[in-house]
Design a protein around this ligand. Sequence first.
Ligand code: PMP
Length: 409
Amino acid sequence: MKLNSQIIQNIRADFPILEEKIYGKPLIYFDNGATTQKPFCVLQKIEYAYKHLNANIHRGVHFLSQQATEAHEDARNVVAHFLGAEKREEVVFTRGTTEAINLIAFSFGEAFCSENDEIVISVMEHHSNIVPWQMLCERKKMKLRVIPMNEKGELQLDAFRRLLNENTKLVSVTHVSNVMGTVNPVDEIIRISHEMNVPVLIDGAQAVPHIPVNVRELDADFYVFSGHKIYGPTGIGVLYGKEKWLNALPPYQGGGEMIENVSFEKTTYNVLPFKFEAGTPDYIGSTALAEALRYVGDIGIEKIAAYEHELTTYAVEQLSAVEGIRFIGTATEKSAVISFLVGNIHPYDIGILLDKLGIAVRTGHHCAQPLIDSLEIPGTVRASFSFYNTKEEIDVFVAALKRVVAMLI
Ligand code: PMP
């Protein structure tokens, strides 16, 4: 059964923050691209884990340590299953998308890159999929190449093909744009790259909460995402990497857990995935993330995608009635993100006034400054939806926007 309004009301009751009043108005939370709210089951899991199974993992012989280890390693199974990974060892826990990309930029860079090599990214990347590669390029005197997009905000695959050459070492692109909601043809990008034997990293931060992802079907070499954007806690994220690649890469950080044997003369490293998990891992975070993934899985990611698509289409229709509105990003394949400008009004002013009406949207460059600069705009107003949002909330939002625009114009 598709997600009808009764099911959505039941889902909303799972999220305590949705009861909040902002300046006396019911919260309308349309900033899900930045972070998502947490259901009771995730909050309860965090409390339960600290109350009943808190002990440092892997090293302890005692009962609690074994319980905590089991929870952390079970979370790895849940993530592996969620992503369709072949092996649980291919799942590395990180602090988030940003750390996962930095890990690959460092380790892959150390192992496989040298002067004049090239990394390919796209014009619509988040800073976390730009800066780590720039740092690598600076360190190794390499070049960063950028896939352009068309006026709808879709990547130009012909231009992409032309960018690939014998110096290309890795392609790193976002699955879904956090600014425009464009769903990139990552399967095609991976296929084209593999024809040239170039591995591909996919930034899945904005994809996994909204659309089904299977890393094996995609044949992605690396796939990364953040727990907090998929109803899990902050501070935990995932790096999926094909076993052959992860085995070929040196560790990113040194410390406890990642070693097999340490002497002052020489250290040998642990097996996957522990080689990349130096220090005490966030086992409470991983346990709670697994709970969030179970929650999403129980609702059904296909149903979520269909409902959010309906919501986004409705929002575009309703917003189109706002005089002077200009949508930024009108790709055919779009996820639950709408970016727009109205006339010459600064996005910040719209955001501030909507906030006073209880509506949380994001304004600015959305950590994608090169994209915003290439569009020659000051930023956008961004509404990004979740399955707990409703058409009624969109109606309130559109009415509020009309009021705000009337005040500012
Ligand atoms: N990539 C994309 C596409 C994002 O939207 C974000 C978060 N806005 C990130 C990467 C960074 O995620 P985090 O800050 O959780 O590491």
